[in-house]
Design a protein around this ligand. Structure first.
Ligand SMILES: *Cc1c(COP(=O)(O)O)cnc(C)c1O
Length: 488
């Protein structure tokens, strides 16, 4: 019972006003209240199996909660079935409440949205080898910061630095919790109290409150905007450089495009300009850029980290759980002296990755560096690259199962669908995919959507033109698409 319902009933207000003495409380309520069991009585009445999985404290909290609910209902003047307030019934209700409270909040869901890197659904799925590495790191001691050969303290970046350097051609690399953290670290360590020159066409918002101007302000760097939204020229940068300039920064506008009458300055030109000013550093925030070039596998072209370093970026930052298909992390690669500055900065300590992230990242990088076919081993790549033809038999099998499970009211049809890379990457690239359109004479698309979402695990699809779609791009097992709950 909420306080809101209680105060709307005038009769109850009267009861409450008379508390705690309660002389004028209706007799029935008084007698019911006196029959509420004590916590000890409920514990004594519980059967042996009911609370064994829970701590004594948790059981007492749940029992008090249930008794409290009954007390509220009685005081609210509700008609109360005496059977419900018997000690064994309260034990049963408390047990169900505990089960509800203690259910894991982070649960598996079926991603039938067709969005491969769905930020709300946890972005990349890790490769099997990365999952194994996480389990090993999670379950015992590991050499996170320990050099086994010398027996001395080590540096956790060393677990991944060499792989990153070989894969990107960088001199040095460091890793933090996400790409936003990488950008913040770079700005703090290299540009605090100084100016960072950014084109107005690149002052982007990536989503989830990552806005370049705000990040800049919070890191104590001064933003020096140049050019216009659609056109920025080399002279704009040149004119902005002064004694306070610390960085020229390029941001890969991964989630939108400026088309038409537009101009931006290439990294080569920016780097050449920076070289005229020995203190000025060129940084590119690549975000969803690719660690290695996968366009030969059929992936839509993305800027490749190694190319950006070769083109003259002193540092490049990228996301670990976007196209890399690894754990959430932010990767910084580039000049050794600059990476050393980042490492020595106190923020690095605050933003550093834990052993689980590093375990997953190391395993993912080993696949890229040594694996026979990263495009199969890395789920993100496999889902992005699998041909639509591979989805057809999965869809047909799922339709056969769905027809049995949902009955004659429902119609299922395989339709062409446009899947997406997701997490702000390649918004203008749609991936040919296949989806099951689910329709019913008796239920709207939103009702069908709710029914699939009520399944265990929840099946998350998408509604397009008023039709509920289950996109097959991330589905391997047709059984995953069959809702097991009868909820409407
Ligand atoms: C995604 C993205 C970010 C934020 O990266 P997270 O890893 O999500 O913190 C920053 N910059 C660019 C260009 C991005 O694409």
């Amino acid at each position: 019972m909420t306080d809101g319902t209680r105060t709307t009933r005038s009769a109850n207000v009267r009861v409450e006003q008379n508390e705690p003495g309660g002389e004028s409380r209706p007799a029935a309520a008084a007698s019911l209240l006196s029959r509420l069991p004590s916590v000890d009585a409920v514990l004594a009445a519980a059967n042996a199996a009911q609370f064994t999985a829970f701590s004594h404290h948790a059981a007492v909290v749940a029992i008090r909660h249930v008794i409290g609910l009954w007390r509220d209902r009685i005081r609210d003047g509700e008609t109360v079935d005496v059977g419900g307030i018997r000690a064994d019934a309260v034990a049963e209700a408390a047990c169900r409440q505990l089960e509800e409270w203690s259910k894991p909040r982070l649960r598996r869901v079926v991603n039938a949205t067709g969005v491969v890197l769905h930020t709300n659904l946890g972005r990349a799925w890790l490769a099997d080898a990365a999952v194994d590495a996480v389990v090993q790191a999670a379950s015992g001691a590991v050499n996170l910061e320990y050099d086994v050969d010398s027996g001395e303290r080590g540096e956790r970046d060393r677990l991944v630095e060499e792989h990153l350097c070989v894969l990107t051609g960088a001199e040095a690399a460091t890793v933090v919790n996400n790409n936003a953290a990488a950008v913040i670290l770079v700005l703090n360590a290299l540009a605090h109290g100084r100016e960072v020159v950014v084109s107005r066409g690149e002052l982007v918002e990536i989503g989830g409150s990552f806005r370049i101007p705000d990040i800049m302000a919070s890191s104590g760097a001064r933003l020096r905007e140049v050019g216009t939204t659609n056109r920025t020229h080399l002279a704009d940068y040149r004119n902005a450089i002064g004694p306070d300039t610390a960085l020229l920064m390029k941001v890969h506008a991964s989630n939108y495009r400026i088309v038409g009458f537009s101009a931006s300055v290439g990294l080569e030109d920016l780097a050449a300009l920076a070289r005229e000013h020995p203190d000025v550093v060129v940084v590119e925030d690549l975000g969803a850029g690719a660690l290695v070039d996968l366009s030969s596998c059929g992936l839509a072209p993305e800027p490749v980290v190694a190319d950006r370093l070769r083109a003259g970026a002193d540092l490049v930052t990228a996301s670990g759980d976007k196209l890399l298909g690894g754990p959430q992390c932010g990767i910084v690669v580039g000049r050794r002296d600059l990476v050393e500055k980042l490492r020595r900065h106190p923020l690095k300590r605050a933003l550093r990755c834990d052993k689980l992230t590093l375990a997953a990242l190391e395993a993912t990088l080993r696949i890229y560096r040594f694996g026979a076919s990263p495009e199969h081993a890395i789920p993100t790549l496999r889902f992005l690259l699998r041909p639509a033809g591979e989805l057809r038999p999965i869809g047909e099998a799922a339709i056969a199962l769905l027809s049995v499970a949902l009955g004659r009211d429902y119609r299922f049809e395989l339709v062409a669908s446009a899947a997406q890379t997701g997490s702000g990457s390649q918004p203008d690239v749609s991936i040919n995919s296949l989806a099951i359109a689910v329709q019913s004479a008796g239920a709207s698309a939103t009702r069908i959507e709710r029914r699939f979402r009520a399944s265990q695990p929840p099946i998350v699809g998408r509604i397009e033109h008023d039709v509920f779609l289950l996109d097959l791009r991330l589905v391997d097992d047709p059984r995953d698409l069959v809702p097991n709950s009868c909820a409407p």
